[in-house]
Ligand binder design. Structure first.
Ligand SMILES: [Zn+2]
Length: 345
Protein backbone atom coordinates (compact mmCIF):
# COMPACT_ATOMS: atom_id res chain seq x y z
CA UNK A 1 0.00 0.00 0.00
CA UNK A 2 1.47 3.34 -0.99
CA UNK A 3 -0.59 5.80 1.04
CA UNK A 4 -2.28 5.72 4.42
CA UNK A 5 -4.54 8.31 6.01
CA UNK A 6 -4.54 8.60 9.79
CA UNK A 7 -7.88 10.03 10.81
CA UNK A 8 -10.25 9.88 13.75
CA UNK A 9 -13.93 10.74 13.69
CA UNK A 10 -13.39 11.86 17.27
CA UNK A 11 -11.61 15.01 16.07
CA UNK A 12 -15.06 16.64 15.85
CA UNK A 13 -15.29 16.49 19.64
CA UNK A 14 -12.69 19.24 19.92
CA UNK A 15 -15.24 22.04 19.70
CA UNK A 16 -14.65 25.73 20.03
CA UNK A 17 -17.00 28.64 20.79
CA UNK A 18 -19.57 29.59 18.09
CA UNK A 19 -18.02 31.78 15.41
CA UNK A 20 -14.49 30.53 16.14
CA UNK A 21 -12.68 29.60 12.91
CA UNK A 22 -11.66 26.19 14.35
CA UNK A 23 -15.29 25.09 14.38
CA UNK A 24 -16.34 21.45 14.34
CA UNK A 25 -17.54 21.55 10.71
CA UNK A 26 -13.86 21.43 9.76
CA UNK A 27 -13.54 17.97 11.25
CA UNK A 28 -16.69 16.90 9.45
CA UNK A 29 -15.12 17.94 6.13
CA UNK A 30 -12.19 15.66 6.96
CA UNK A 31 -14.65 12.85 7.76
CA UNK A 32 -16.21 13.25 4.31
CA UNK A 33 -12.84 13.23 2.57
CA UNK A 34 -11.62 10.23 4.57
CA UNK A 35 -14.81 8.31 3.70
CA UNK A 36 -14.38 9.17 0.02
CA UNK A 37 -10.79 7.87 -0.01
CA UNK A 38 -11.77 4.76 1.91
CA UNK A 39 -14.30 4.12 -0.87
CA UNK A 40 -11.44 4.32 -3.37
CA UNK A 41 -9.46 1.69 -1.46
CA UNK A 42 -7.10 3.90 0.56
CA UNK A 43 -6.37 2.55 4.01
CA UNK A 44 -7.66 4.74 6.85
CA UNK A 45 -6.53 4.08 10.41
CA UNK A 46 -7.60 5.59 13.72
CA UNK A 47 -4.79 7.20 15.71
CA UNK A 48 -3.46 6.28 19.14
CA UNK A 49 -2.84 9.00 21.72
CA UNK A 50 0.68 10.43 21.79
CA UNK A 51 2.65 9.39 24.87
CA UNK A 52 4.18 11.72 27.43
CA UNK A 53 7.63 10.71 26.21
CA UNK A 54 6.78 11.60 22.60
CA UNK A 55 5.37 15.01 23.58
CA UNK A 56 8.19 15.77 26.04
CA UNK A 57 10.74 15.69 23.20
CA UNK A 58 9.42 19.11 22.10
CA UNK A 59 7.30 20.44 25.00
CA UNK A 60 8.32 21.47 28.51
CA UNK A 61 7.14 19.19 31.36
CA UNK A 62 5.33 22.09 33.09
CA UNK A 63 3.46 22.87 29.89
CA UNK A 64 2.36 19.24 29.50
CA UNK A 65 0.96 19.37 33.04
CA UNK A 66 -0.88 22.62 32.28
CA UNK A 67 -2.53 21.16 29.16
CA UNK A 68 -3.39 17.90 30.93
CA UNK A 69 -5.18 19.97 33.57
CA UNK A 70 -7.62 21.25 30.91
CA UNK A 71 -9.07 17.71 30.61
CA UNK A 72 -12.83 17.87 31.13
CA UNK A 73 -12.84 21.68 31.17
CA UNK A 74 -13.41 24.62 28.85
CA UNK A 75 -10.42 26.94 29.24
CA UNK A 76 -9.15 30.00 27.34
CA UNK A 77 -5.40 29.44 26.98
CA UNK A 78 -4.71 32.56 24.90
CA UNK A 79 -6.96 35.04 23.04
CA UNK A 80 -7.36 32.59 20.10
CA UNK A 81 -6.97 29.26 21.80
CA UNK A 82 -9.72 27.54 23.74
CA UNK A 83 -10.27 24.04 24.99
CA UNK A 84 -13.53 22.14 25.25
CA UNK A 85 -13.83 19.35 27.85
CA UNK A 86 -12.64 16.88 25.17
CA UNK A 87 -9.78 18.93 23.68
CA UNK A 88 -7.00 17.43 25.79
CA UNK A 89 -7.82 13.92 24.65
CA UNK A 90 -8.34 15.00 21.03
CA UNK A 91 -5.06 16.95 20.99
CA UNK A 92 -3.28 13.80 22.21
CA UNK A 93 -4.83 11.93 19.27
CA UNK A 94 -3.76 14.68 16.83
CA UNK A 95 -0.14 14.46 17.97
CA UNK A 96 -0.45 10.66 18.07
CA UNK A 97 -1.76 10.57 14.49
CA UNK A 98 1.35 12.44 13.37
CA UNK A 99 3.56 9.96 15.24
CA UNK A 100 1.63 7.03 13.80
CA UNK A 101 2.03 8.36 10.26
CA UNK A 102 5.80 8.70 10.75
CA UNK A 103 6.09 5.16 12.15
CA UNK A 104 4.30 3.65 9.18
CA UNK A 105 6.35 5.53 6.61
CA UNK A 106 9.75 5.03 8.29
CA UNK A 107 8.79 1.43 9.02
CA UNK A 108 8.31 0.86 5.31
CA UNK A 109 4.70 -0.36 5.35
CA UNK A 110 3.61 2.78 3.46
CA UNK A 111 5.48 5.17 1.18
CA UNK A 112 3.49 8.22 2.24
CA UNK A 113 0.94 9.18 4.86
CA UNK A 114 -1.36 12.02 5.65
CA UNK A 115 -2.55 12.77 9.17
CA UNK A 116 -5.93 14.52 9.15
CA UNK A 117 -5.78 16.25 12.50
CA UNK A 118 -7.20 19.02 14.59
CA UNK A 119 -6.44 21.05 16.55
CA UNK A 120 -3.56 22.25 14.32
CA UNK A 121 -0.06 22.49 15.76
CA UNK A 122 2.52 24.77 14.19
CA UNK A 123 1.93 27.82 16.45
CA UNK A 124 2.33 25.78 19.65
CA UNK A 125 5.61 26.68 21.37
CA UNK A 126 7.48 24.34 23.68
CA UNK A 127 5.83 26.08 26.62
CA UNK A 128 2.82 27.93 25.25
CA UNK A 129 -0.48 27.30 23.41
CA UNK A 130 -1.11 29.76 20.59
CA UNK A 131 -3.21 30.28 17.48
CA UNK A 132 -5.67 27.38 18.05
CA UNK A 133 -2.71 25.01 18.65
CA UNK A 134 -2.09 22.92 21.80
CA UNK A 135 0.63 20.41 20.85
CA UNK A 136 2.96 21.03 17.94
CA UNK A 137 1.96 17.95 15.94
CA UNK A 138 4.53 18.27 13.16
CA UNK A 139 7.34 18.96 15.66
CA UNK A 140 6.34 15.89 17.67
CA UNK A 141 6.42 13.95 14.37
CA UNK A 142 9.89 15.27 13.44
CA UNK A 143 11.30 14.47 16.89
CA UNK A 144 9.82 10.99 16.66
CA UNK A 145 11.44 10.45 13.26
CA UNK A 146 14.79 11.50 14.74
CA UNK A 147 14.28 9.11 17.66
CA UNK A 148 13.59 6.30 15.18
CA UNK A 149 16.92 6.97 13.50
CA UNK A 150 16.26 9.50 10.73
CA UNK A 151 19.40 11.64 10.48
CA UNK A 152 17.86 14.58 8.66
CA UNK A 153 14.21 15.60 8.67
CA UNK A 154 12.79 18.40 6.52
CA UNK A 155 9.58 20.20 7.45
CA UNK A 156 7.93 22.28 4.71
CA UNK A 157 5.11 24.50 6.00
CA UNK A 158 2.86 26.09 3.37
CA UNK A 159 0.16 27.24 5.80
CA UNK A 160 -0.52 30.98 5.26
CA UNK A 161 0.73 31.69 8.78
CA UNK A 162 4.32 31.35 9.92
CA UNK A 163 4.91 28.29 12.12
CA UNK A 164 6.57 30.15 14.98
CA UNK A 165 6.42 27.15 17.29
CA UNK A 166 8.05 24.75 14.83
CA UNK A 167 10.77 27.28 14.02
CA UNK A 168 11.60 27.95 17.67
CA UNK A 169 11.61 24.27 18.67
CA UNK A 170 14.21 23.41 16.01
CA UNK A 171 16.08 26.70 15.47
CA UNK A 172 19.24 25.37 17.16
CA UNK A 173 19.11 22.03 15.39
CA UNK A 174 20.87 21.31 12.10
CA UNK A 175 19.20 17.89 11.79
CA UNK A 176 15.74 19.40 11.27
CA UNK A 177 15.36 21.83 8.37
CA UNK A 178 12.33 24.10 8.65
CA UNK A 179 11.11 25.86 5.48
CA UNK A 180 8.05 28.08 5.59
CA UNK A 181 6.13 30.07 2.98
CA UNK A 182 3.76 32.51 4.66
CA UNK A 183 2.00 35.84 4.41
CA UNK A 184 4.17 38.56 5.94
CA UNK A 185 3.76 40.78 7.84
CA UNK A 186 0.91 38.87 9.43
CA UNK A 187 0.00 36.73 12.45
CA UNK A 188 2.02 35.64 14.45
CA UNK A 189 4.59 38.29 13.46
CA UNK A 190 7.61 35.99 13.13
CA UNK A 191 9.09 34.56 9.92
CA UNK A 192 11.25 37.34 8.44
CA UNK A 193 13.76 36.20 5.82
CA UNK A 194 16.68 36.98 8.15
CA UNK A 195 15.47 34.52 10.80
CA UNK A 196 17.75 31.73 9.60
CA UNK A 197 18.31 29.62 12.72
CA UNK A 198 20.60 29.94 15.73
CA UNK A 199 24.06 28.53 16.58
CA UNK A 200 24.55 25.13 15.00
CA UNK A 201 21.09 25.50 13.47
CA UNK A 202 22.10 28.58 11.42
CA UNK A 203 20.94 28.06 7.85
CA UNK A 204 18.46 25.32 8.80
CA UNK A 205 15.53 27.69 9.23
CA UNK A 206 14.46 29.06 5.87
CA UNK A 207 11.72 31.67 5.83
CA UNK A 208 9.98 32.72 2.64
CA UNK A 209 7.79 35.65 3.72
CA UNK A 210 5.41 36.70 0.94
CA UNK A 211 3.46 39.91 0.62
CA UNK A 212 -0.34 39.56 0.87
CA UNK A 213 -1.97 38.85 -2.48
CA UNK A 214 0.60 36.31 -3.68
CA UNK A 215 -0.62 34.05 -6.48
CA UNK A 216 0.23 30.56 -7.79
CA UNK A 217 3.08 31.94 -9.95
CA UNK A 218 4.76 33.50 -6.88
CA UNK A 219 4.66 30.20 -5.01
CA UNK A 220 5.83 28.31 -8.08
CA UNK A 221 8.83 30.61 -8.32
CA UNK A 222 9.86 30.24 -4.67
CA UNK A 223 9.32 26.48 -4.78
CA UNK A 224 11.38 26.00 -7.95
CA UNK A 225 14.22 28.41 -7.09
CA UNK A 226 14.49 28.03 -3.30
CA UNK A 227 12.43 25.28 -1.64
CA UNK A 228 13.28 22.40 -3.98
CA UNK A 229 17.01 23.23 -4.44
CA UNK A 230 17.54 23.58 -0.66
CA UNK A 231 15.72 20.31 0.03
CA UNK A 232 17.82 18.48 -2.56
CA UNK A 233 21.02 19.84 -0.98
CA UNK A 234 19.82 18.90 2.53
CA UNK A 235 18.98 15.32 1.41
CA UNK A 236 16.31 14.56 4.02
CA UNK A 237 15.55 11.02 5.23
CA UNK A 238 11.91 12.09 5.59
CA UNK A 239 9.89 15.02 4.26
CA UNK A 240 7.20 16.34 6.60
CA UNK A 241 4.61 18.81 5.36
CA UNK A 242 2.69 21.24 7.55
CA UNK A 243 -0.25 21.21 5.19
CA UNK A 244 -2.31 24.32 5.84
CA UNK A 245 -4.89 25.38 3.29
CA UNK A 246 -5.50 28.96 4.42
CA UNK A 247 -3.41 30.53 1.61
CA UNK A 248 -6.33 29.58 -0.67
CA UNK A 249 -8.02 32.51 -2.44
CA UNK A 250 -11.34 31.68 -0.77
CA UNK A 251 -9.96 31.52 2.77
CA UNK A 252 -11.55 34.06 5.15
CA UNK A 253 -8.42 34.45 7.33
CA UNK A 254 -5.57 34.47 4.81
CA UNK A 255 -4.92 37.20 2.24
CA UNK A 256 -3.30 35.06 -0.46
CA UNK A 257 -4.78 34.10 -3.82
CA UNK A 258 -3.77 30.46 -4.33
CA UNK A 259 -5.95 28.24 -6.49
CA UNK A 260 -6.95 24.74 -5.41
CA UNK A 261 -4.47 23.27 -7.88
CA UNK A 262 -1.53 25.14 -6.29
CA UNK A 263 -1.77 22.84 -3.24
CA UNK A 264 -1.48 19.79 -5.49
CA UNK A 265 1.43 21.39 -7.32
CA UNK A 266 3.35 22.18 -4.12
CA UNK A 267 2.73 18.64 -2.89
CA UNK A 268 3.88 17.16 -6.19
CA UNK A 269 7.12 19.19 -6.00
CA UNK A 270 7.71 17.84 -2.48
CA UNK A 271 6.87 14.31 -3.50
CA UNK A 272 9.48 14.48 -6.29
CA UNK A 273 12.08 15.65 -3.75
CA UNK A 274 11.12 12.79 -1.42
CA UNK A 275 11.47 10.27 -4.26
CA UNK A 276 14.88 11.64 -5.16
CA UNK A 277 16.19 11.78 -1.57
CA UNK A 278 14.38 9.20 0.54
CA UNK A 279 12.42 6.65 -1.49
CA UNK A 280 9.33 8.88 -1.47
CA UNK A 281 8.98 9.00 2.30
CA UNK A 282 6.61 11.88 2.98
CA UNK A 283 4.17 12.59 5.80
CA UNK A 284 1.69 15.47 5.57
CA UNK A 285 0.02 16.78 8.73
CA UNK A 286 -2.90 19.19 8.40
CA UNK A 287 -2.72 22.71 9.86
CA UNK A 288 -5.17 25.58 9.10
CA UNK A 289 -7.78 26.08 6.36
CA UNK A 290 -11.02 27.89 7.13
CA UNK A 291 -13.11 27.91 3.96
CA UNK A 292 -14.71 24.50 4.04
CA UNK A 293 -15.25 24.18 0.29
CA UNK A 294 -11.65 25.19 -0.48
CA UNK A 295 -10.38 22.95 2.30
CA UNK A 296 -12.23 19.90 0.96
CA UNK A 297 -11.15 20.43 -2.65
CA UNK A 298 -7.53 21.21 -1.75
CA UNK A 299 -7.06 18.25 0.63
CA UNK A 300 -8.61 15.98 -1.97
CA UNK A 301 -6.07 17.18 -4.54
CA UNK A 302 -3.17 16.66 -2.13
CA UNK A 303 -4.28 13.11 -1.31
CA UNK A 304 -4.61 12.45 -5.03
CA UNK A 305 -0.98 13.51 -5.61
CA UNK A 306 0.29 11.40 -2.70
CA UNK A 307 -1.76 8.40 -3.80
CA UNK A 308 -0.67 8.42 -7.46
CA UNK A 309 1.51 5.43 -8.42
CA UNK A 310 4.32 7.70 -9.63
CA UNK A 311 5.36 11.29 -9.00
CA UNK A 312 4.98 12.02 -12.68
CA UNK A 313 1.22 11.45 -12.55
CA UNK A 314 -1.33 13.58 -14.27
CA UNK A 315 -2.17 15.80 -11.31
CA UNK A 316 -0.08 18.32 -9.46
CA UNK A 317 1.07 20.64 -12.24
CA UNK A 318 1.43 24.36 -11.74
CA UNK A 319 -1.03 26.33 -13.83
CA UNK A 320 -0.06 29.77 -15.09
CA UNK A 321 -2.47 32.40 -13.80
CA UNK A 322 -1.83 35.00 -16.50
CA UNK A 323 -1.50 37.65 -13.76
CA UNK A 324 1.76 39.50 -13.19
CA UNK A 325 3.15 39.52 -9.65
CA UNK A 326 6.63 40.36 -8.38
CA UNK A 327 6.01 39.06 -4.85
CA UNK A 328 7.68 35.69 -5.40
CA UNK A 329 10.76 37.25 -6.99
CA UNK A 330 11.39 39.64 -4.11
CA UNK A 331 10.91 36.81 -1.59
CA UNK A 332 13.35 34.57 -3.46
CA UNK A 333 15.90 37.42 -3.64
CA UNK A 334 15.62 38.00 0.13
CA UNK A 335 16.07 34.29 0.87
CA UNK A 336 19.06 34.04 -1.46
CA UNK A 337 20.78 36.92 0.28
CA UNK A 338 19.95 35.65 3.82
CA UNK A 339 21.17 32.13 3.01
CA UNK A 340 24.23 32.90 0.89
CA UNK A 341 26.50 31.13 3.38
CA UNK A 342 24.39 28.00 3.81
CA UNK A 343 23.01 26.95 0.42
CA UNK A 344 23.91 27.17 -3.28
CA UNK A 345 21.03 29.21 -4.70
ZN1 LIG B 1 -2.80 29.08 9.29
Amino acid sequence: MSLILVHSERFAEHQTPPGHPERPERAEVMDVIAARWRGRGTEIVAPRAATHEQLARVHDPDYLVRIAETAGRAVALDPDTYTSPESYEIALLAAGASVDAVERVLGGSHRAAMAFVRPPGHHAESNRAMGFCLYNNVAVAAAHARALGASRVAIVDYDVHHGNGTQHIFENDSSVLYISTHQYPYYPGTGAADEIGVGRGAGFTLNLPLEAGAIDDDYQLVFSTIVVPVLLQFEPDLVLVSAGFDAHERDPLGGMRLSTSAFSAMTADLRRVAEECCRGRLVAVTEGGYDLQALAASIDGVVDVLNAPSAEGQTGHWQASGITSKRGQSTADAARSAHRAAWRL
